[in-house]
Design a protein around this ligand. Sequence first.
Ligand SMILES: *Cc1c(COP(=O)(O)O)cnc(C)c1O
Length: 397
Amino acid sequence: MSLQNPIFIPGPTNMPEVLRRACDLPTIDHRSAAFPTLLAAARSGVQSVLKSTSAQVFIFPATGTGGWETALANTLRPGDAVLAVRNGMFSHKWIKMCRDFGLEVVMTEVPWGEGFPVDWAQEQLEADKDHKIKAVLVTHNETATGVRSDVAAVRSAIDAAGHPALFFVDGVSSIGSMEFKFDDWDVDVAVTGSQKGFMLPAGLGITAFSDKAMRATDQAGLPRGYFNIQDMAASYAAGGYPYTPAYGLLNGLKEACDMLLDEGLDAVFTRHSRIANGVRAAVQAWGLEICAAHPDLYSETVTAIRTPARFDAGRVVAHAEAAYGVSFGAGLGDVAGKVFRIGHLGSLTDVMTLSGIATAEMTLVDLGLDITLGAGVAAAQNVYRQGKTTTFLEAAE
Ligand SMILES: *Cc1c(COP(=O)(O)O)cnc(C)c1O
């Protein structure tokens, strides 16, 4: 890859220079008066991005995977049941972690490209009269397939079943890029990382806990050491960490939140939605299929694109990198070799996206697909220029 090109993998994402610099701090004494101010700003910034007024934010030197573990280890007991759906590589891995912890997983598999089956979940919860299910796990945006599940609808299903389970949402590839309403959706634990919507280097596992989830931490019984949020909460109360914090990344996180909030969350979500529409218009112009099974499921942060039968999608990723120095995402798990992915989240403009679409298009043509050069780019241009209707002559009047 070339470091001068934008990157089109769905994380880590492109880093704005201002955030790169924000991570580059001289050594800070994390027991000095400077640190608590920084920590408080980073935590309250995350809370605002989550549209929450009450979530308790815990930030670990880790990644999103550490956030999964934080959610489980702090709230559940050995043998507890959790409800989950396998619809892509990330939901698959979170389920595996549940099993590694000795949890019983009440699960269903849906074809990769489908979303969370809300009716199935409601039936399971209604049938669970003894309340053995202690938590419902949802992957808001399945990054492997570019599928967005309806978190609000899952919340409604839990409520309709009158079930007391906790509600855990993996928002690693949605938070900061797609609408996420921690309070309105009554989420109990939200999980993300620094290297996707927050546009930072990898290195932070970011979690947010509701009051209900905080209460569950008193009865939790899974092994927990490093990810114990009770230890973290005690140190936070004193303005610090139980160990050496990643203060450069925390400063980056504070700046990233400011950047998102200054742009305006709704403007950020609209930008992602417009960019995604342009990518999907290009895919349609190429005559290729989107992995997400129907438009309600389309992700605003990543598009997985099916290549024709017997055409190894991995060749697209390999050729784009070798010939043009541009990285796209490969297919994972069940869709390996069948899809390639265009990541379109984080620090990205319409104009940057056009370069990715143009590169994917050159690659597909190079590999012999029957696509007219410029077709996808033109389709995206038509999306991106909409609303800007002032013509040259009108402007000159
Ligand atoms: C990237 C990702 C993860 C894993 O996060 P890491 O930071 O790589 O540990 C989990 N879930 C989803 C949906 C992701 O996109």
